[in-house]
Design a protein around this ligand. Structure first.
Ligand SMILES: O=P(O)(O)OC[C@H]1O[C@](O)(CO)[C@@H](O)[C@@H]1O
Length: 534
């Protein structure tokens, strides 16, 4: 069945199944739980609380077949130009491949270079950690200030928060925002003599990062001898010739086949390799490589990224759901939603297909979230009783870093998922009110407010512990899910032209503000420029 025919079949099953109750599906289909629970690279992924019937799930998987996911996947891992608007390969998997891999980008072998950069990173990280690589005055580095934004920030931040020791030998701090407040706050209490600044920018043209790099360099230069200043200033980029202008003491490079939001596995992860140690960083790569192997080898109906993409498409295109929430029940995963916002929305927030025609349907949902249980006390009200259904991903970690079980977290995550699915009927709400001593009229008045429609879907992702391996696997799981969705929607998940227009206009407006000569804008923008420039 081709993709168009698969969409037709999908639409008709979705129209038929729109009203089904999730909970009824367990009885209707006794294999549902086992069929929709997948073990992959140390993660357990349970998609049985999704809104689909068995036929719905098969129709969604039919899209993966119709889109020839296996062939697309082979093109991805084969280093073909799957980033078809920029003519680039997309090979983040090559960055975490096990020894012996032979990846090629547009036919050019890359694995040897990957290995060499990985070794250079590990050697440098070890030298910084041991003090062999020290600052201008001979003191060992105690802090890394990682300067970067978007994909050059969010992944390393997530990883550091997730895996940092409680009292690190070398602390990693991050600066992304062009607002001076972040740099000021980050540098507060730091000693330039023991601070290593790592400027991370794929393009080395990003306004925020260059401005912050300049600030950090000035801060270092004000306190350190000129001779040796460059030891404190390291570049990570795919444009080493531009980094040279900043006189970085050392530059670690990566290639244009590494997308910004897929780059944490490359030298972009250098700060984490230093702060966590290269061995731990390598373990994260290994976990991601295990998920790559699962994605490459598992049959589609047992393939976690494929099933998660199918569930998303069922929700978005089958049932018209335009948002999804991510609730990691682990404080250390508190940056997961921020990371996924970029990964998913910058990758798939698009509407034009490979042939230039518009996608005739919705694509990426709005992705948002907070760590559980915090989110429960904020926006979960709307998830339970708002008029719209918002599917949820619950990420649950069984044991913490001290090997302590976390039953209160499990209970909350499982209760939320069950409550979203089961809801509470008007009658049950009324009976409870009567049992609590309310008069019948009062129970009638209050019961509608205490009713939960239920039938709201979720996916559970469980891991025994949050380790470098499971973190790597979790991130890679979402990366591949995004890829599968992009192939089904026939969009390019690997460009981001949508961020360019605003960037160019900001440059224009800044020039106008600085020169005091503003060109005509719409009346609102003109008035706001004038108001701010008063
Ligand atoms: O690494 P760079 O080139 O500084 O870009 C930072 C981020 O900016 C973006 O291009 C979006 O503006 C992201 O895709 C990227 O991760």
């Amino acid at each position: 069945m081709d993709l168009d025919a698969a969409w037709t079949a999908f639409d008709s099953v979705a129209a038929r199944d729109r009203g089904v109750r999730i909970v009824d599906q367990f009885a209707a289909d006794p294999d549902r739980l086992s069929r929709l629970t997948v073990e992959a690279a140390g993660l357990t992924i349970d998609l049985s609380k999704q809104s689909w019937t068995r036929e719905g799930m098969e129709a969604a998987l039919g899209l993966a077949h119709g889109a020839e996911i296996e062939a697309a996947r082979a093109r991805l891992f084969g280093g073909e130009a799957v980033n078809f608007t920029e003519g680039r390969a997309v090979l983040h998997a090559a960055l975490r491949a096990r020894p012996g891999a032979d990846y090629r980008a547009l036919g050019e072998p890359v694995s040897r270079e990957v290995k060499a950069v990985r070794k250079a990173m590990a050697d440098y990280a070890r030298a910084v950690r041991s003090g062999d690589e020290a600052g201008a005055t001979g003191k060992p580095f105690r802090t890394v200030v990682h300067v970067g934004i978007g994909g050059s920030d969010l992944g390393p931040r997530l990883v550091w928060d997730a895996l940092a020791p409680r009292t690190p030998d070398i602390e990693v701090r991050f600066v992304a925002n062009i607002d001076r407040a972040e740099m000021d706050q980050t540098l507060t209490g730091l000693d330039p003599e023991t601070t290593l600044v790592i400027v991370v920018s794929k393009t080395f043209t990003t306004q925020e990062t260059l401005a912050n790099a300049e600030l950090a360099r000035r801060w270092l230069a004000a306190a350190l001898p000129v001779d040796g200043l460059d030891r404190h200033f390291i570049g990570v980029t795919a444009a080493p010739q531009l980094a040279e202008r900043f006189a970085c003491g050392r530059t670690f490079a990566f290639r244009d086949w590494v997308g910004g939001r897929y780059s944490l596995w490359s030298a972009v992860g250098l700060s984490c390799a230093i702060g966590l140690g290269p061995e731990l960083f390598q373990r994260m790569l290994d976990g991601a490589a295990d998920m790559d192997a699962h994605f490459r080898d598992a049959p589609l109906e047992r393939n976690a990224p494929v099933l998660m993409a199918a569930a998303e498409i069922w929700n978005v295109n089958g049932l018209g759901r335009s948002a999804r929430t991510v609730a990691p029940y682990a404080h250390r995963l508190r940056r997961l939603a921020a990371f996924l916002q970029q990964l998913e929305m910058e990758s798939n927030g698009k509407r034009i297909r490979d042939d230039g025609s518009p996608v005739p349907r919705q694509t990426c949902p709005v992705v948002f979230g907070e760590p559980g249980t915090n989110g429960q006390h904020a926006f979960f009200q709307q998830l339970h009783q708002g008029p719209e259904t918002v599917p949820a991903d619950f990420v649950v970690v069984a044991r913490d870093e001290e090997d302590r079980p976390q039953p209160a977290l499990w209970a909350n995550a499982l209760a939320q998922a069950e409550a979203l699915m089961m809801g509470k009927s008007l009658k049950a709400a009324r009976d409870e009110l009567i049992a609590a001593g309310h008069a019948p009229a009062e129970a009638d008045r209050l019961a509608p407010h205490k009713t939960f429609p239920g039938n709201r879907p979720s996916t559970a992702i469980l891991m025994e512990r949050l380790t470098p391996e499971t973190l790597g696997a979790l991130i890679a799981l979402y990366e591949h899910k995004v890829f599968v969705e992009g192939v089904i929607w026939r969009i390019n998940s690997f460009d981001q032209w949508g961020v360019e227009l605003g960037k160019a206009m900001a440059r224009t407006i800044l020039g106008e503000i600085e020169s005091g000569q503003s060109r005509p804008h719409d009346p609102s923008t003109t008035a706001l420029i004038d108001r701010l420039s008063e």
